[in-house]
Ligand binder design. Structure first.
Ligand SMILES: Cc1ncc(COP(=O)(O)O)c(C=O)c1O
Length: 401
């Protein structure tokens, strides 16, 4: 056949980058089985803020979406100036004496899209990006789709999480283009400290790398003390990613951004290229861009509710933990998750499956976030408090035999 003559096989029909294992893993299968059996599962992995019983200002949100200006099509690659000014206004209000230029902001539909723009800007195929481990599981897919390789650098836990700089230096190669920092990290809840920021800048300068900083959880410091943003980092070319999904608890609105900062010449060169990438897709829609000022303003009512929820659940977890010996909570500074250190009697995945089958509680096994070893479970602190309390009680019941 003609296709065979030119050496073409059926398996070549799709790109290798899409050769994912598409069958459900055992953990997903266990969830499906319980659901099919009609079992009510307590979900302690919930990360969707629109489904945890928060009171949104529905009227203000809906009104913001029906502005007549949205009937006009004004294709601006970086996003409408008015929307970018609202983003700059957010930084101005949250961070003292920070006058962000709206021209340094590029709007995207999600931070995932922001990552893909920045990976595209910085990397040739098979170039490498350094990513923290443990961290957010989406990086692997984002990297695959952009033909980029991920090189993990460890965060180590010793009375709080820290970047393992010797390992970071060991992980860099001539193909490395950037370092990803998640500030605070998901799920460890650790911010990059001022000392670490300085060391990261020195590292990037030494190897001519960029920083890609994911700040979606920046505003959720549990102690209420605002942490500095990398969006004003002057010392290395820095791409700061954030958006409405966590800042205002509005992931369904699909509005995020990339802020470029650092040495002026590099920033201008990066922005010019990013503008072409964004112009190729023009993915922003008009109603959302016109709504940005109101949607960003929603953070002022939603963040206090979420912070209250995080603290309530964390206090409940700590109360239950004092009654037992098997497990302990790792320190957490910010974000929506808590990490439990648990006895290693089986793999974390088997433990999570056991918890589902025995007590109908859904928690994430540590391996989902690429923890270096077994012995970790991750709980979502935005879970409605009644479900959280009962779920924690059941999980600790199993862990303590
Ligand atoms: C660290 C981190 N970055 C980004 C995102 C996703 O943000 P977006 O909805 O803007 O893509 C998440 C979602 O959980 C996250 O945990």
């Amino acid at each position: 056949m003609a296709a065979e003559r030119i050496g073409y096989h059926g398996s070549d029909m799709f790109s290798h980058r899409t050769d994912w294992k598409l069958t459900p893993n055992r953990f997903t299968e266990a969830q499906q089985e319980l659901r099919a059996a009609g079992m009510e599962v307590l979900d302690l992995t919930v990360s969707n803020p629109t489904r945890v019983g928060l009171a949104y200002d529905e009227e203000a949100i809906m009104q913001a979406l029906i502005r007549p200006e949205a009937l006009d099509y004004d294709p601006q690659p970086k996003g409408l100036r008015r929307a970018r000014e609202a983003v700059a206004g957010y930084y101005r209000e949250q961070h003292e004496e920070f006058d962000l230029d709206a021209e340094s902001v590029i709007l995207t539909t999600s931070t995932s899209e922001g990552y893909s723009y920045v990976f595209r800007l910085l990397c040739n195929p098979d170039d490498e990006i350094l990513v923290p481990k443990p961290s957010y599981p989406l990086f692997e897919f984002l990297a695959d789709l952009q033909d980029v390789k991920l090189a993990p650098y460890p965060l180590i836990y010793d009375h709080g999480w820290q970047i393992d700089f010797p390992s970071l230096y060991k992980a860099v190669t001539h193909r490395t283009r950037a370092v990803v920092v998640v500030h605070p990290n998901n799920p460890t809840g650790s911010y990059a400290s001022a000392v670490e920021q300085k060391e990261l800048n020195a590292f990037c300068r030494e190897y001519n790398l960029s920083l890609i900083v994911d700040e979606v959880f920046l505003d959720y410091a549990h102690d209420g003390v605002a942490r500095p943003t990398f969006a004003r980092n002057p010392d290395a070319l820095t791409f700061t990613l954030s958006g409405l999904s966590k800042i205002s608890g509005l992931p369904q609105m699909k509005l995020a951004w990339v802020v470029a900062s650092g040495p002026e010449e590099k920033v201008q060169a990066a922005l010019a290229r990013l503008e072409v990438i964004a112009d190729t897709y023009l993915s922003m829609n008009a109603p959302i861009q016109w709504a940005v000022p109101v949607l960003l303003e929603q953070r002022k009512s939603i963040q206090p509710l979420l912070l209250d929820r995080l603290r309530t659940n964390l206090e409940e977890l700590d109360r239950e933990l004092t009654k037992q010996k098997a497990s302990a909570r790792l320190d957490v500074e910010g974000g929506w998750y808590a990490v439990l250190r648990v006895p290693v009697t089986q793999s974390d995945e088997d433990l999570a499956i056991d918890l589902l089958r025995k007590v109908a509680v859904l928690v994430h096994p540590g391996h989902f976030y690429d923890f270096a070893s077994d012995g970790y479970l991750v709980l979502s602190l935005i879970t409605p408090p009644e479900a959280f309390r009962e779920g924690v009680r059941r999980v600790l019941g199993v862990l303590n035999g």
